[in-house]
Design a protein around this ligand. Structure first.
Ligand code: HAM
Length: 414
């Protein structure tokens, strides 16, 4: 991931704050989990045969020869922490987190080895209502950020019982076409045949698109769950595409899976992906508690957000203090502290290391400040200050130092 420079971070913070507000509106609470976990946790959660675990993890042995990995995703860590702290015992949870994830993928635009996710998980809600809420919540995030070029694809992978029936026909189908399978898929035919559907090898495209559809093998429970979800989405006017090939790249999903994709980001089209994982908490040694979640790729999302006006970016008003003459530097820092004491909303920069008026004003312009406060020896003696707007064509005026805050506030609110 390229370093995030201050200008880019203004946009990131804007996106972050909009997203947080939406998450709060759905009563999600923040959780922060470690970046490093035992490798075994990811193997057991995401699945040994997934690309993420088999090819993309940053793993290393610590001094006690324990294999640890940088987290490639957040769900595993949230569940591990939840089990450890008894968060799933007789209660529901709605948790979100944000932070860096690591995958050894081939870097390109929108795909990085260190990237960030906003991750949300809900535990203990059985019905499709929570699946709906996840989708509504993400949809509201797109609206809050004015991101329109984004579409929803959904599918159901069924309960583990219906998956077993599907697995059987899938193995039969791919066994009949064994000579067309690539090396990875041949291995997966035995270990995890559904992963073949997730193959990115274009030569396997035809074979995969002709494979049996999982939706034809759903049991009644999965079918009802999915039908209620799709009906509710229609009632909420959320358009979606049914995609029976959507299996997701991680092994833990059951029933609903979904992805939000865009045509604006080239090949890295998925902005958000997720689904249900009703068996996972139990598999990891916790209660028999169902879960549903999704993660937004932060870099991809911010790329879709248009450049914002200063007001939308919520940028702090900036003031530059110009100080020329003996003893004016100390006066400048006293003044700057006074402004910060009164209102921390203002970003105050003082001129350091001297320079003529002209040089200091050049620095003030460069700093992007909207207002310069000017201190000279004469001003100090008379209890005055110079007041010079920088971004509009307006002469410098003299104000009384005691009226400074009043003048600043008036300037920035007018
Ligand atoms: P995922 O589909 O692997 O799901 O990743 C979610 C999102 O993270 C992707 O849609 C994409 O926007 C972003 N992403 C993934 N890899 C990269 C990368 N190398 N560079 C930039 N962005 C990337 C999960 O991680 C699941 N844990 C989501 C989930 C939560 N399911 C249930 N709960």
């Amino acid at each position: 991931m390229p370093a995030l420079l201050p200008e880019e971070l203004v946009k990131w913070q804007f996106v972050e704050s909009k997203v947080k507000r939406v998450l709060q509106a759905y009563a999600f609470q923040e959780i922060r989990t470690p970046i490093v976990e035992r490798t075994e946790l990811f193997q057991r959660t995401i699945g040994q045969d997934t690309d993420v675990v088999a090819k993309e993890m940053y793993s290393f042995n610590d001094r006690k020869n324990q294999s640890l990995s940088l987290r490639p995703e957040a769900t595993a860590g949230v569940i591990r922490a939840g089990i450890e702290h008894g968060l799933f015992y007789n209660q529901t949870q709605k948790l979100w987190s944000m932070g860096p994830m690591y995958r050894y993928e081939r870097p390109q635009k929108g795909r990085y080895r260190q990237f960030h996710q906003i991750n949300m998980e809900a535990f203990g809600y059985q019905g499709p209502q929570i699946d709906l809420e996840m989708i509504l919540m993400t949809s509201r995030i797109w609206k809050a950020l004015k991101v329109n070029a984004i579409e929803l694809e959904i599918n159901s992978l069924g309960t583990s019982t219906s998956r077993q029936a599907y697995r059987k026909v899938l193995v039969e189908y791919f066994s009949d076409h064994k000579s067309d399978l690539d090396e990875d898929s041949t291995k997966r035919l035995v270990s995890n045949p559904m992963r073949i559907l997730d193959s990115k090898n274009p030569e396997m495209g035809n074979l995969i698109s002709n494979a049996p559809n999982i939706t034809d093998y759903l049991d009644t429970e999965s079918e009802d769950h999915f039908a209620t979800l799709t009906n509710s989405l229609e009632q909420h006017n959320i358009s979606f595409q049914l995609n029976p090939r959507l299996v997701r790249g991680l092994d833990y999903y059951t029933k609903t899976v979904f992805e939000w994709t865009t045509d604006q980001l080239g090949s890295q089209a998925t902005v958000c992906g997720g689904g249900r994982y009703d068996d996972l908490v139990k598999q990891l040694g916790g209660q028999d508690v169902c879960g549903v979640g999704c993660a937004i790729g932060f870099e991809r999302l911010t790329e879709l957000v248009e450049v914002l006006s200063k007001k939308e970016q919520n940028m702090q008003p900036k003031i530059y203090i110009v100080a020329v003459g003996d003893d004016t530097e100390l006066h400048a820092s006293l003044l700057a502290e006074k402004i910060r004491d009164t209102n921390e909303e203002y970003a105050v920069e003082i001129n350091m290391d001297g320079g003529s008026f002209k040089q200091q004003f050049r620095k003030a312009d460069k700093s992007g400040s909207e207002l310069a406060i000017v201190i000279g020896e004469e001003e100090i003696q008379q209890g005055n200050l110079g007041f010079k707007p920088l971004m509009i064509d307006q002469e410098q005026t003299t104000i009384k130092e005691e009226n400074l805050m009043q003048e600043i506030n008036r300037f920035f609110t007018e």
